[in-house]
Structures are given as C-alpha cells and as structure tokens.
Design a binder for this molecule. Structure first.
Ligand SMILES: NC(=O)c1ccc[n+]([C@@H]2O[C@H](COP(=O)([O-])OP(=O)(O)OC[C@H]3O[C@@H](n4cnc5c(N)ncnc54)[C@H](O)[C@@H]3O)[C@@H](O)[C@H]2O)c1
Length: 295
C-alpha cells in the first residue's frame, strides 16, 4: 500500500487524507467541488498547526504532510494508481452506488474499495461492483486525526485477505481497528443512536430537562459529552436518518425515532449546523468552537 485515494474532501475526507499523509502515504484527494479541496487543505493545515502546538509534530513534518496530498477533481486520473480508495462522499445511497460502479470501472483490478459510510449496507455497495470481495467498510470517527477507532466492516462477500489488509493498515495509522459484520448501524451507531433516541424520549416525556439529562450521562456515566449535545454536534437530521436505517433494517419498533426528533428536523432545528437544536449556538461562543473542532 502506497497510494491512497480519498473521495470527498468534506468533514471526514479531509481528516482521512490528513492521517494517511501523516503516516507517509501519497494521498490523492478527489472532490467534485474544487472549492471544497481548497478548504480541505486549509483545514488540514490548521489541524497540523494544532499538532505542532501540542508538540507532536514540527514545521518540517507539516510541510511534508501537505506535500503528500494531491487534490484533484477528475476521478479517472485520481484513481489510476490507487492501491486503496476510501470513499467519504455525501451520505446518499444512490450517489454511493453510482460512485462504486464508476470506481469499479476506473480503478485498477487490484484496488481495494473502502467506504466510510455511517449507515449504508456494505453488501449493497459491493453489489454495485464486479469485485465485491475487495469492497469493505472503513468507518473512521470524527475528528479523524484524534479518534482512535476504525470500525472495519465486512460485507457479505468481503474476503479474509482484504479484511486483514485493512485491519493492518489501520494499525499503521496508529488507530485501533475493530472488525464487525455488515448489519444495520454496524456496532457504533447501533448502540449510540438508540441511546440518543432514548435521551430525546426522556425529554419528550418530561422525565427531565435538556441540561439535566446531559448532566446525568456526563457525571454519572463519565461520558465526555451528554447525548443531547452530541446529537446537536452530529446533526439531528443525520441522527434521524440513521435511526430510520435501523428501524427499516430490523423492522423493530424499538428503533422508531422519537416524534420530538422528527418534529425538530422538520422545523429545521438540526443542531450546531442550523445554530439551534437542543441548545442554542451563538456565533463566537465556546460551543461553536468545540463543534467546529468536532466537525
Ligand atoms: N461527519 C461525521 O461525523 C461522520 C462520521 C463517520 C462517518 N461519516 C460518513 O462519512 C461520509 C462523508 O461525510 P461528511 O460528514 O464528511 O460529509 P460532507 O458533506 O462534509 O462531505 C462530503 C463531500 O463529498 C463530496 N462529494 C459529493 N459527491 C461526490 C463525488 N461523486 N465524488 C467526490 N466527492 C463527492 C461533496 O462535495 C462534499 O465535499 C458519509 O458517508 C458519512 O456518513 C461521517
């Protein structure tokens, strides 16, 4: 593994490109919007500066990391030499199926195709290609340079060899990979989203208030952030859509999204990104700063 292509330069894509480049890989960063690529490089530069401040990196290393990232908008050129593609484009089933169909046509036969999807079936994505054994989930957490976990998701047809390669590669990035099978929500969101939904139910049913619920989970369970604030940071629309994947996938009413969550999303209260969710986020406030780092 030498050449990594990261598809999508948004929140996750720029973090994934950052980490691969930091550990010596040549990274081609592809996005359909060229301004996103400019912004991604600025973000990566800022995050590298934060590492310098912490004393974990020096200026020379920063320059070397940035030199290893090659932004481009053309997918065909972008995947021509790829040993691995990590797709981190917008979470939309039809878009991902189209991307993987194209990747299958354009990338060399040896190339492993990974997706960072939070909720779409790896098996379904793999079925859009003629190489399902080489398709796998590589689910990084946000913010990628900071979070240690990589959920490595085996689709129905993913080969042992490909899974071993991705587990070993994640360790080279000094991450901790965990192998899981492809069922709705994988492990991370299957457990996190019902907890967030239950916190919203507790609020909806008047069991307690927003800050009280978050305080119970922070101080009682040693969670660094309460579930309602975490939901604001993730985006209430994203939470709702993952809960719907769980509900549809398992057909179990226990995953039904709380009506309050549905109402808030319908009303455009999406959390930090709309400046209002369970909390209000005023520009310049500390919460916005924390959320910006989180995103
Ligand atoms: N944000 C999170 O906390 C988080 C965490 C884990 C996983 N994920 C997953 O990561 C993926 C990306 O999420 P994000 O939050 O970075 O989204 P984002 O909206 O910040 O970025 C998505 C990027 O994909 C680009 N894009 C769209 N179509 C493309 C195409 N055909 N080719 C190349 N680029 C294309 C967009 O221009 C955009 O820049 C999603 O699958 C999401 O479920 C997100």
């Amino acid at each position: 593994m030498k050449n990594i292509t990261v598809l999508g330069g948004g929140t996750m894509g720029n973090g994934i490109a950052h980490v691969f480049a930091q550990y010596g890989y040549e990274v081609t960063l592809v996005d359909v919007v060229s301004e996103v690529l400019d912004k991604a490089l600025v973000t990566i530069g800022g995050n590298l500066d934060r590492q310098i401040k912490k004393g974990t990196l020096d200026e020379q290393q920063k320059a070397a990391v940035l030199r290893r990232i090659h932004p481009m908008t053309d997918l065909k050129t972008g995947v021509a030499d790829a040993d691995l593609v990590v797709e981190a484009a917008t979470e939309n089933v039809d878009l991902k199926l189209k991307i993987f169909k194209d990747l299958d046509q354009l990338a060399p036969e040896k190339t492993i195709l990974a997706t960072n999807t939070s909720s779409i079936s790896i098996t379904k994505i793999a079925a859009a290609t003629n190489r399902p054994a080489k398709v796998i989930g590589m689910h990084f957490m946000n913010p990628v340079p900071v979070m240690k976990l990589v959920e490595v998701i085996r689709g129905y047809a993913t080969s042992d060899d490909v899974c071993r390669t991705i587990m070993a590669l994640s360790e080279k990035l000094e991450k901790v990979p965990v192998e899981v099978n492809d069922y709705p929500g994988f492990v991370a969101n299957r457990i996190l989203m019902p907890m967030i939904n239950e916190a919203i139910y507790a609020l909806y049913e008047g069991v307690s208030g927003v800050e009280e619920i978050d305080t119970v989970m922070k101080l009682g369970m040693a969670h660094p952030m309460g579930p309602l604030q975490l939901a604001d940071f993730i985006g209430l629309d994203v939470c709702l859509s993952i809960l719907r994947v769980l509900h549809d996938g398992f057909g179990n009413p226990k995953y039904a999204p709380c009506p309050l969550l549905v109402n808030m999303v319908t009303a455009g209260k999406l959390g930090v990104k709309s400046r209002e969710g369970f909390y209000a986020y005023t520009p310049g406030s500390k919460d916005i700063e924390v959320a910006a780092r989180f995103r």
